[in-house]
Design a protein. Structure first.
Length: 279
């Protein structure tokens, strides 16, 4: 439930200037942001900041930690999972931050290429995979729809990749983004009719090296950050790096120790990339 009274229903912001889902206001969120899924990862990354000035948890599941790294203000935001949470985050960050935004997603994924547990996948582009409800309700079309890819910011991606490559095996390529962890990523079970036999092969034929749920929305909104009339310069630059948590071909999942190692290995790379990038 809301902690403060919202002023309008169209763009819900409270009398104190706080957004509805993230709960942040102007001055609390930096122009440089690392976004992750879970709170534990955000807190782990925040330990590498030189100074922390703000920690705010919203009733809607968002955690924002803002501080300084090499004198540059940087925020670390845990958003949960899925395209809707990414949509809330990007739009509400844009509402309360003046000037350009640099956003790096640091998440996890399933590999459908030769990337294995402990490797990193850097998304050069991302595309959407969506369950087609018309197929299940009326038998129309294919059970899943695949959208055209959207490019990551090339400069930010290259700066990040250059720092990672001496430290860990990196695979770069296209990443499929599903609207479900289960059906739209080709996971199969006996409880539901998902009609997803062959979906992994179809996604692989699109050139995907991995599967996740957030970077396509991030890249899409960055591309669309050109104002209502689509005439302003793009105000958001975005990149994405993913820890391989699931080896979908080998049917293996990451262990906690490897996950912790990847976070510790990645923290300084992510912070250095943002701190050294001009706004």
């Amino acid at each position: 439930m809301p902690e403060e009274q919202m002023v309008t229903a169209n763009r819900p912001i409270s009398h104190e200037g706080r957004t509805y889902h993230m709960g942040t206001k102007r001055g609390e969120l930096a122009n440089r942001i690392i976004t992750v899924g879970d709170h534990q990862r955000a807190r782990h990354l925040s330990a590498f900041l030189d100074e922390i000035s703000l920690e705010h948890a919203s009733p809607r599941g968002f955690l924002t930690i803002t501080g300084l790294y090499k004198s540059a203000p940087i925020s670390i935001v845990a958003i949960g999972m899925g395209l809707s949470m990414m949509d809330f985050f990007v739009r509400e960050a844009r509402m309360v931050v003046a000037g350009p935004l640099l956003i790096i997603r640091f998440g996890s994924c399933g590999s459908i290429c030769d990337a294995r547990i402990g490797d990193l996948i850097i998304a050069q582009e991302a595309f959407g995979i969506a369950r087609n409800y018309e197929f299940f309700e009326a038998g129309q079309g294919a059970p899943y729809r695949i959208s055209p890819p959207v490019k990551a910011d090339q400069k930010l991606t290259e700066q990040m990749a250059r720092r990672f490559k001496p430290l860990v095996r990196v695979v770069e390529g296209s990443v499929g983004n599903a609207d479900s962890f289960y059906s739209s990523q080709g996971r199969r079970g006996d409880d539901f009719y998902d009609a997803n036999d062959g979906l992994l092969e179809r996604v692989g034929a699109e050139g995907a090296v991995g599967l996740e749920m957030e970077s396509h929305m991030l890249f899409h909104l960055a591309k669309c950050s050109t104002g209502r009339d689509n005439r302003r310069p793009q105000s958001i630059r975005a990149a994405c790096v993913l820890m391989v948590y699931a080896d979908r071909q080998g049917d293996r999942f990451i262990d906690p120790q490897t996950s912790k190692h990847l976070v510790e290995l990645s923290a300084k790379v992510l912070l250095d990339t943002l701190a050294d990038s001009a706004i």
